[in-house]
Design a protein around this ligand. Sequence first.
Ligand SMILES: [Fe+2]
Length: 289
Amino acid sequence: MKQPTTKNATRGRKAAASNSSTSKNKTTGSRQSSSDSRQSSTNTGRQNSSNTSRQDNSNTSRQASPSANSSTRGNINAPDRSRKTSSSQKNADHQSSFEGESHLEKFFLDQLQDIYYAEKKILQSLPKMKEAATTEELKDAFDDHLHQTQRHVRRLEKAFETLNQKAEGKKCEAIEGIAREVESIISETEEGTMTRDAALIIAAQKVEHYEIATYGGLVQLAITMQLHDTADLLDKTLVEEEDTDARLTEIAENDINLGAEHEGNQHGQSQGSEEDEEEDVDEESPSIR
Ligand SMILES: [Fe+2]
């Protein structure tokens, strides 16, 4: 069986780069000045896996932008260890047996159950997010990710099978917390606004980053334990999560963040003019007091 991570990581990164290309020209000067963060980020995520790819990506807004929507490229485990382990285990083409007995195996299973629970929770949240979103573009993105997430659940069930373990979830407090945050966003933002979409995107990206961290770590552990079939399944999902994260960044930076800012300015102006009118009334009618 092929080693999954290096090839797939590159594919995900290239997809992300192309997703970001349209927002490149909209990147502000201040965003482009983030070379320090870009440099430091070479120690994180999937950016380490190829110098060539890193150079390719250096022109994308995704890397140039330090904005909240910009991806941090996920899990710190993912790039280096996948490359080193992949090359050192190049000839390993079988799935080792998994007993679920060692501390590491127990932890691996625990994390698999955690992300299985999380994916199912996301399946419940995404329709609400789609319903609440203002723009068609974001609704479509949530809808697409809903279908992807259904696939992620099935893939996890296959991953449990590769380990001869029953697929079951274990409550994930992190995803429960983000789901509550989504509920708050929907109740605290005005319907039909870009501000709501900007907030929903950030919440969705918190979900993605949680998933990227978990899948990234699990892929590396699976490779280390020579669970190659399991690693291959998890890595496919990891790539899709990264692509979704990049797509959300693009959507935010194309129009929504600017639209939300514009709404904020309008609100400030209308509030200001109302206050001015009140002051005028007060000056003209001091006796009202
Ligand atoms: Fe997912």
